[in-house]
Design a protein around this ligand. Structure first.
Ligand code: ARG
Length: 573
């Protein structure tokens, strides 16, 4: 089973070959002018260049060969040498039926499944999660689902930040305040950490004690370890709850600390391989390469206090993952501003033979900004906590539902659940509808609107299809063979066909926005179809059955798209 673009591609390639031209030039893409054609091939231009011929003349010869093919309703040459293709209704009907019958709604699985580990979320002990972690969680969750959808074996790991300097800061602060470890709460941690971080900046003696505490914790000092486990436990359960509310769930909740037992042997190994160098009391691996545009600083492996650093735990985590899951690919979904860090780690891993070229990838993303164009802050200028952000968006979602007169007949619990789904959809879709590398501005009004390219719009359209199908079932109307006829049906069938292209693009570029865009286009095409083509009211049973089958295919594809994006549609609204 292949999409229409691929099928037309084979037909056009055969025509190139028959003309004595390079068949690989027969590639077909969606038309730039949907008003004129469905697909186009630009290969005649390249063929003309290679053969010093006239592109228009080559295009006409190709058109002559393609004329009369059963897959095509029309074929003509246009412009400087394009071949414009209009798909026959029979092929559209056949393809729509395939989509309707397919478990993946017409998308394809990867040819050779791989083991893929997605490292995302990256929350830290005691530091409240902020909008940077939100993006990591949203994008990472979607990439995890996308890879799994296409058939890879995928694990998502939170890679909890539980081993660095912030642990020493907390230990020192708790001891200075004389707090009882058994009674420590999340509120304590969230109060202590920023205060300690500020104190470390202002007071070098405090900073040095915190550094020493970090090294002693890592060295195995028992009372520190006990305190540390308490921090981890308190933070982890709160963070899990917050992620879960967002529809983000990890398969592994490992942390930087899990790599700790592997560090001594790894450091020895680096030394034995001659990669470790002494540098002002610390030990480093030099990773700069000839031809680098700017000098990449060395990876700091052991600090002058003898502590493991961020890069050390990342490197040892690669060794750990090798031993456990042995992934073919590790994707690190982390803020673009950490690009240098990952480059250092990846190069060190390559030098040490822990990973091969191409097995480690940093999937960076931009920031979510406030109206001032700077990373989003609260009105008071502080870092906005994720929890507060979700509460704020849910408030707005409730208001939006009431304003649109939606959910009025729902029970109070169902209304709350719907408001939560709308809020999560608003936040996630706003994020995922941009290419991940682009920064975007947080705009609560726009994100929560039921109109335009938004999560709530998508949920609303999905609920509409669901209620149509429910009504059909109540009336005993059944789906049947698809026969595409009307222009709005044609457009809808072409959209259904385009899902695989979107999924493959999203997969290859690790860019869920291609799925978001597809889902939006599909919802719009359905909306036009629904307005133009009566379904339950139509007299011809065959036509009703065909349109119901189209609606079922749309629902399946919308639901799969929503699932990949991490959105959930309610049954009713
Ligand atoms: N905890 C880190 C932070 O908050 C992100 C961790 C990302 N993953 C990794 N393997 N380094 O910045």
């Amino acid at each position: 089973m292949s999409d229409i673009r691929a099928r037309l591609g084979s037909a056009v390639s055969a025509a190139f070959e028959a003309e004595g031209l390079d068949p690989s030039l027969g590639r077909v893409s969606a038309s730039d002018r949907p008003d004129l054609a469905d697909f186009q091939c630009n290969g005649a231009l390249a063929a003309a260049k290679a053969a010093r011929g006239n592109p228009r003349e080559i295009a006409s010869r190709l058109v002559a060969r393609l004329q009369g093919l059963p897959e095509l309703e029309a074929v003509e040459s246009a412009g400087p040498g394009f071949v414009n293709l209009k798909v026959a209704l029979g092929l559209l009907s056949e393809r729509a039926a395939e989509v309707a019958a397919s478990d993946l709604a017409g998308a394809s699985r990867v040819a050779a499944p791989r083991r893929v580990l997605v490292d995302y979320g990256g929350p830290n002990v005691a530091k409240p999660m902020h909008v940077g972690h939100l993006r990591a969680a949203i994008i990472g969750e979607s990439i995890k689902r996308l890879f799994r959808f296409r058939g890879d074996e995928v694990l998502g790991d939170a890679h909890f930040g539980d081993w660095g300097f912030q642990m020493g800061l907390l230990i020192t602060a708790v001891l200075d305040e004389g707090l009882d470890p058994a009674r420590l709460t999340l509120e304590d941690l969230e109060r202590l950490y920023p205060a300690a971080a500020a104190q470390a900046k202002a007071d070098p003696a405090f900073r040095d004690r915190a550094r020493k505490a970090t090294a002693e914790l890592q060295g195995g000092r028992a009372d520190y370890r006990a305190l540390w486990s308490r921090f981890v436990e308190v933070s982890r359960s709160a963070l899990k709850r917050e992620f879960h509310a967002l529809g983000v769930d990890f398969d592994l909740w490992k942390g930087e600390s899990d790599a700790d037992p592997l560090i001594p042997a790894m450091v020895e190994d680096l030394r034995a391989k001659g990669l470790l160098e002494h540098d002002q009391g610390a030990e480093i691996v030099r990773v700069a390469r000839e031809g680098d545009k700017r000098e990449l600083p060395p990876l700091l492996v052991v600090s002058s206090e003898g502590s493991a650093m961020y890069g050390t735990t990342d490197l040892a985590t690669i060794v750990d993952r090798r031993k456990s899951f042995d992934p073919d690919l590790i994707l690190y979904v982390v803020d673009q501003r950490q690009a240098d860090h990952f480059e250092q780690v990846f190069r060190a891993a390559a030098l040490a033979g822990y990973a091969r070229e191409g097995e480690l990838e940093h999937i960076g993303f931009g920031t979510m900004n406030g109206a001032d164009g700077k990373p989003f802050k609260t009105r008071e200028g502080g870092v906005l906590k994720l929890h507060d952000l979700i509460a704020m968006v849910t408030d707005k979602a409730r208001a939006r539902l009431r304003e649109a007169d939606l959910g009025a007949e729902l029970s109070p619990e169902a209304f709350e659940a719907t408001a939560h789904k709308v809020a999560v959809a608003a936040l996630k879709f706003a994020d995922l509808s941009n290419f991940r590398g682009t920064s975007y501005v947080f705009d609560l009004d726009r994100f929560t609107s039921f109109e335009g390219k938004t999560g709530p719009y998508l949920l609303y359209q999905t609920v509409r299809v669901k209620s149509l199908l429910r009504k059909a079932a109540e009336q005993g109307a059944e789906a049947g063979p698809i026969a595409v006829a009307e222009p709005a049906e044609r457009e809808l069938a072409l959209r259904l066909d385009a899902f695989d292209v979107a999924v493959c693009e999203a997969y290859d570029r690790r860019a869920p926005h291609a799925i978001a865009e597809h889902a939006y286009q599909l919802a719009q095409a359905f909306s036009r179809f629904y307005a133009a083509c009566p379904i339950l009211a139509v007299d011809l049973p065959g036509q009703r059955a065909s349109r119901l089958a189209l609606a079922q295919a749309v629902l399946k594809q919308l639901e799969l798209s929503l699932h990949i994006l991490g959105l959930e549609a309610p049954e009713r609204m």
